[in-house]
Design a protein around this ligand. Structure first.
Ligand SMILES: Cc1ncc(C[n+]2csc(CCOP(=O)(O)OP(=O)(O)O)c2C)c(N)n1
Length: 282
């Protein structure tokens, strides 16, 4: 098995768990989690600097899941990287579990900031990145959001702030699936031309958008981050909400809907087949 194959397996594991955990809990946000599995997988397994035995280590890279509703992905990768026992995942969204619907920095080891209300992540991230400069640290701060955060005015204020202070190590990644809670982003609040907006705000935008489901392309995108020392950086990843299950893909209906048993039985084999297809062309 090569590096891509191993990473593909890990990403598909996150995606399958996203569907399984929502089905078991009978609540949650499957669509945006299934679409964001590949990105978080490559980041945590290849690039992010952290120490699961010391989650508050001052020199760790920071990761902010501004789209906090996709908490499952964060919980799954944190558990698999050793922050807490994987058995905890089966308690997702149950009474008394620390793995609630939206991540809490007070109760989940490895969560750098609580999230759920959209539009806060970039402001917090810009502050964390600036703090690195003021305290002489070299850590990076990764902020991940969907279009929902870009519909919030606070995000654009943070864009201006970061453009002025240019904190080293601030990286803003957009999970661009073009679907939100109750419809298409184009109908809710059009964002195009998004790339031009980043440039107009003075950000160092990646020279192209990336395929957020292609492990090789994701690796390329992270290499671009390290290719120069110009900040703040932004990257746009094209993704599919509900990736891997035909009747869930690009549909807002699976944004925050529980997965009923019949749909799960129908969709689960598709997730496995998706993985086999990727293996076949390697
Ligand atoms: C301030 C705020 N307004 C509204 C919501 C309700 N809400 C939760 S998710 C969501 C849509 C998110 O869309 P997107 O960011 O594209 O999520 P993705 O498809 O990437 O999962 C909305 C409106 C919220 N959580 N916070």
């Amino acid at each position: 098995m090569n590096e891509i194959s191993i990473l593909n397996r890990a990403a598909d594991n996150i995606r399958i768990l996203a569907a399984a955990m929502v089905e078991k809990a009978k609540s949650g946000h499957p669509g945006g989690a299934m679409g964001g599995a590949d990105f978080i997988n490559v980041l945590f397994n290849e690039f992010l600097v952290f120490d699961p035995k010391n989650p508050q280590w001052e020199d760790r890279d920071r990761f902010i899941l501004s789209k906090g509703h996709a908490s499952i992905n964060l919980y799954t990768i944190l558990a698999h990287r050793g922050f807490f026992a994987t058995e905890e995942l089966s308690k997702f969204r149950t009474f008394g579990s620390f793995l609630q619907g939206h991540p809490s920095m007070k109760s989940v080891p490895g969560v750098d900031i609580s999230a759920g209300a959209l539009g806060h992540g970039l402001s917090v991230g810009a502050g964390m990145a600036l703090a690195a400069r003021l305290s002489g640290k070299n850590y990076k701060t990764y902020v991940l959001s969907g279009e929902g955060c870009l519909d919030e005015g606070s995000t654009w204020e943070a864009m201006l702030f970061a453009s002025k202070y240019k904190p080293r190590g601030l990286i803003y990644m957009i999970d661009y699936n073009k679907v939100q809670l109750d419809g298409a982003s184009q109908d809710i609040l059009p964002l195009e031309p998004l790339a031009d907006k980043f440039k107009a705000f003075g950000w160092h935008l990646a020279p192209r958008s990336y395929n957020g489901h292609d492990t090789a392309d994701l690796l390329e995108s992270f290499k671009w981050i390290d290719s120069d020392d110009v900040w703040p950086k932004a990257l746009i990843y094209n993704t599919l909400k509900g990736k891997g299950v035909s009747f869930m893909e690009s549909s807002h209906k699976w944004h925050g809907a529980p997965i009923d048993a019949a749909s799960y039985e129908k969709g689960r084999p598709e997730l496995a087949a998706d993985f086999e297809k990727k293996e076949a062309v390697l």
